[in-house]
Design a protein around this ligand. Sequence first.
Ligand SMILES: [Zn+2]
Ligand SMILES: [Zn+2]
Length: 268
Amino acid sequence: MLVDSHCHLDKLDLSAHGGDLEAALQAAYDRHIRHILCIGINLENIDQVVALAERHAPVFASVGVHPLYRESREPTQEDLLSIARHPKVVAIGETGLDYFYGEGDLQWQRDRFHIHIEAARQCRLPLIIHTRGAKEDTLRDLREIGQGEVNGVLHCFTEDLDMAKQALDLGFMISISGIVTFRNATELRDVVKALPLDRLLVETDAPWLAPVPHRGKQNEPQYVVEVAEKVAQIKGLSLDEVARVTTENFFTVFAKARLNADQVGVQG
Ligand SMILES: [Zn+2]
Ligand SMILES: [Zn+2]
């Protein structure tokens, strides 16, 4: 059993599946993917993301406003908390800081990030962090505003080993995307090699960042298998072992998802 710990099902172009999301989910199921976390990136379409999770048993949702999504209405803590009460909403995010693609004065990004950290502290749900070129500020904000009371995942990790280790010390897990299969991702592969498997997750970030050999095409949850295979190869483990441990890790950090999966009796 595998979990795609981060994707955007609402952004998939479903033409390859006859316009049917159920067919894309079945393709993932056929490759042993049993759970999928569909990530919220703005308040304008959060109802759609939550509805997807309601309609499809294997799908969970998160609520947040992406650090590069400038057009969104700014979320208040109460916005996030009220949506987070939904039984299938298992995390706050994605949120974070992106100084690589962000432009100009980015104080608004930090203000937005702080609201998410405060909300996660309040409702005790994990944070899904997007971080690019903002190592010091991301870690400091998690430390100072989180006050040791937040954890979660650094998703689609592409930063250095030192940042990964500091995040582990803060209680976070590191999620690996299809980037790990890219030819020039040597540093990321070294990070994967150095980190303990029991702190790693795998994700697609679909529809973006399809792993080799699908690179350049649309990404889909089913391709999390290729990500897990690469992690297994780097660590000299079997795919089964990586699948088992990363699934366990997923339910450790997203504990509300475990509760929910137990209730609906979704089996591996
Ligand atoms: Zn992201
Ligand atoms: Zn994302």
